[in-house]
Design a protein around this ligand. Structure first.
Ligand SMILES: [Zn+2]
Length: 518
């Protein structure tokens, strides 16, 4: 455990190579070579992660690529981290205060164990706290226990069910106004951690408020102090991870094997979905590489974050995408040249079951029994299915419009406009003059107006002329603003180098063992 935390606590600096013990010299050159290679990749990798983000991030995702001996050498290289253990002293009187976990500032030090290491998933005790002298526990070591909030629970009913005394319940729920308010809002499935002494006295209560904050209400050391509130803040640490795989059976299987969760897979297909039809175009031998963020709290992974760079090789053609957040705050994925990975319009603005009627210049209308063109595409979908704005634009019309029923017309930049008809209802807030962004929900599928069943009637017009939405050439979304292009290219360079290194490592590894690795 300590061994592992030291690995993950590595702050990878070239100067540490000088401290390599002589007896390890036969590994020196191997390790040096691998380290330099890794260092190059990492330096490139973490360049724009600077600031609050420790630059040792990627290393923690790499050990599987490093031969065991070389990794061991590097561990011996390092001074043993000082264990600056910060504990919440449950038995000392403390006024409410904030403890900032020093993780982000001191990445090379051991992770302070502020909370039970398996806080989210188990009922194990917090070692650092159970070792505190227990003044009220009759000599027994009280453990933290998790209690699950049930439907209709208040904190009082929950604590009663645990067999706590009315006085303890009153005292802990009235420790101070802020925490009382916080604890008044309980939801089924929430967890409350309790520490109760051997004789049934409540010593402390704890609740995770969000990803970064934990509230602890603990009894003071002497009886007259009562309960004291502590708010502990854990900075989330952002790390960089990567995955790469060659597809043999399906994209999904390869992605899962490479360690991706469903959300990441969705993100990956979302980035390249404009160029690659993932339902039909993926072939055995296609491959992908992605570099993505992970969020950690106290050394424990909380969740995956955004993809920052990705590559997809599809039928011999390579697509690369780099995430960029402009100083304006808007993020997007761009080609290495700074062109948007997106098109200016969604091809289909609704998740449909089938296309019930295509664009047709000489169609006979099923209700009116007259022959006249069908100037849009009908997407059959269940009533209530959300309809998205096909592109960024301005609402030109929203309301009833003859045979279209409830309809929305969007005016987009330059010459484009889109119409959405037969809506069950228009989304609240969508009215003429309102700005919408691509993908924003503007209404819901229905059959208002002249319609034989629930569907979206979608029209795509160029200079006012209806065009077949399924076939029209869609313009690219806006490229990187020219003001930010230099900044983007500088950042993209390191990401591209990173993708290249990871992909090459993967290929080399594949040749050796023909297996996908992370
Ligand atoms: Zn129609």
């Amino acid at each position: 455990m300590a061994f592992k935390s030291r690995i993950s606590g590595l702050d990878f600096k070239p100067k540490q190579k000088r401290q390599r013990p002589a007896r390890l010299q036969r590994w020196h050159w191997i390790a040096l070579g691998i380290s330099s290679f890794t260092a190059l990749a990492l330096l490139l990798a973490t360049k724009d992660e600077a600031g609050a983000i420790p630059n040792h991030n990627a290393l923690q995702q790499l050990p599987e690529q490093i031969p065991e001996e070389a990794a061991a050498t590097r561990i011996l290289d390092l001074p043993i981290p000082k264990l600056q253990r910060t504990t919440i002293d449950a038995s000392s009187p403390a006024s409410p205060h904030i403890l900032a976990a020093p993780i982000a500032d001191h990445p090379s030090e051991a992770t302070p164990n502020l909370l039970p290491t398996a806080f989210d998933t188990s009922t194990t005790a917090d070692e650092t706290i159970t070792k505190q002298p227990n003044t009220l526990g009759g000599g027994t070591q009280a453990k933290w226990e998790v209690v699950h909030v049930k439907q209709g629970d208040s904190l009082t009913t929950l604590l009663k069910r645990q067999g706590l005394s009315s006085k303890d319940i009153f005292d802990v729920t009235h420790a101070d106004d802020d925490s009382a308010r916080t604890l008044a809002q309980l939801f089924p499935g929430d967890k409350i951690w309790l520490r109760v002494s051997g004789n049934g006295t409540l010593l402390a209560l704890r609740r995770r408020l969000d990803e970064t904050k934990t509230l602890t209400i603990a009894r003071g050391s002497s009886a007259d102090i009562g309960f004291q509130t502590t708010l502990t803040e854990h900075q989330l640490e952002r790390r960089i991870a990567h995955a790469t795989a060659v597809i043999h059976d399906s994209l999904y299987q390869a992605a899962v094997k490479a360690g991706l969760d469903d959300k990441l897979i969705m993100k990956l297909t979302g980035i390249f979905g404009w160029d690659i039809d993932f339902a039909h175009d993926v072939r055995s031998g296609d491959s992908f590489t992605l570099v993505y963020r992970q969020y950690y709290r106290n050394g424990e992974k909380i969740r995956n974050g955004e993809i920052v760079a990705a590559e997809f090789a599809n039928q011999g053609k390579r697509y690369r995408a780099i995430r960029y957040t402009a100083p304006s705050g808007r993020s997007g994925y761009y080609t290495p040249e700074g062109k948007s990975m997106r098109k200016a319009f969604l091809r289909t603005p609704v998740d449909f079951r089938r296309i019930s009627s295509r664009f047709n210049k000489s169609r006979c209308h099923p209700i009116l029994h007259v022959c006249r063109p069908h100037e849009g595409t009908d997407f059959a979908a269940a009533t209530g299915t959300p309809i998205q704005a096909a592109g960024d634009g301005l609402v030109a019309f929203a309301g009833r419009r003859g045979g279209y029923g409830n309809a929305v017309i969007l005016q987009h930049a330059h010459r484009y406009s889109t119409l959405y008809g037969h809506m069950q209802r228009i989304r609240k807030g969508i009215r003429a003059g309102v700005q919408v962004t691509q993908g924003q929900i503007i209404g819901y599928v229905g059959q208002s107006g002249l319609a034989t069943g629930p569907h979206l009637h979608y029209e795509f017009r160029v200079n006012g002329v209806p065009r077949d939405a399924l076939k029209v050439t869609l313009p690219d979304a806006k490229p990187i603003d020219s003001r930010y292009l230099a900044d983007f290219k500088a950042k993209a360079l390191s990401r591209l180098a990173q993708l290249t290194v990871i992909t090459r490592t993967q290929l080399a590894s594949n040749e050796e063992n023909d297996q996908t690795i992370r």
